[in-house]
Ligand binder design. Sequence first.
Ligand code: ADP
Length: 473
Amino acid sequence: MIKRKKTNKRKTASIFFMVWAAFALFALAIVTVFGLSQKSLVSKTYKENIAKDVTKSGSNIHKELLIYEESGGTDFNRFLISKAMNFDVVAVVLTGDGQVLFPEWIDGEDVPEFKDRMKTLKGKVKDEKSGVVYEGDGEYVYGALIDKKADTYLYVYKTLELSSSVLRELGVRLALTSVFVFLLSFAAAGSISGLLTKPVAEMTQKAKLLAGGDFSVDFKGQAYGSEIYELAETLNFARDEISKADQMQKELIANVSHDFKTPLTMIKAYASMIREISGEIPEKRNKHAQVIIEESDRLASLVSDVLDLSKIRSGIDGLKTEEFDLSEYLFATLEKFGYLSETQGYEFVLDVDDELFTRADYNKIGQVLYNLIGNAVNYTGEDKKVFVSLKKSGSVCKFSVTDTGKGIKPEERAEIWDRYYRTKETHQRPVKGTGLGLSIVKAVLQEHRFRFGVESEEGKGSTFYVLFPLLEE
Ligand code: ADP
């Protein structure tokens, strides 16, 4: 069972808050930009409208004034006031030096700025026919020469300043837009964070079940977009791996305890036999005692393999690397198998380059070499041949050990490294194995990050190899 590690809960903001904050900032930026651009946009359109307005009203008033004059009209006061009201502009008739003639209630003497206005108009106007349109100082003007002799001018204008009502209107609109945008960002943040957190919450729930040892959980993410789908797939992969590791662990414990029990039962049985039957008969007693010794040896090597494996896997020991001559070390290891050539006719065919130095954990690599050669001896064919080679190849040297045995089925090639695994058939083996040899090899080589592997052809044999890094000479 995988235990859940207690983690210190760090306070982090919720996804909803983060999305909302992002949206609110975004909205604020939009509203500010909108507000600023709105003001300049409104004043621009306002100006354009006034320009159009003044052009139109000015030329109308101009035309109508001429008609009114021709038709003998004399009440210019009324005429101008009513036209000004109609067109919503200011319309005056001025003399060439800036005195207001009509409407009469404007006291020409008291409006000195008309003098300057008149100067500008005079500079622009050419004849009596057509009026001129231009932007004056803060106002838009339609000006025309009415009577050259009398030196009278029509001056129609409208101020360009934004009226306070327009500004107020703008302010209200901006406030409303801000409120609307904030509400919208709140709603959008809600639905987006909902979309994001739903699958996360679902997965957290399932991951908790997984942590509790339920390997039937299925992480689903298809409905939530490719990233979440990828996460779900990764979690499913992790689930399968954890499940495999868990299964292996269980198998290991089951098999190891079984293998512990067998020699213990034998030891107990033979000890009882010595006590009850063979104690007095030296020949039998020795035989039985020998069984006890052999079974104790088996037990001892099993215990030491289990300990080795668990130490390597948990990384308790760490790697104690040193430089050494791999060729020399290989010869020394092969010497341990010398008795097999002498007594059982095994033949070791060697092809080993001299003085190949590497850096690694001396003892652990010794175990690797011993286990791989031991397996080749155990599983080689009837010719009892084992080929051992150590060859330099660029920056690495390749150790390989080949037997002439039955080979390993493709479907078993991956399993032999991981499991407390043995192919079904049992046969007499010259080198004692505990079933953990390759697991130790794998753990050691992975700890070193060395490349290794197996090539095998059914019926012909197998080659196990390891690539050791070579030290610069
Ligand atoms: P043991 O050899 O003690 O059973 P190992 O972990 O060394 O345990 O090997 C695991 C299994 O891998 C062996 O039981 C055997 O089935 C297979 N195996 C290992 N080496 C070879 C080999 N050279 N040829 C064929 N099968 C092998």
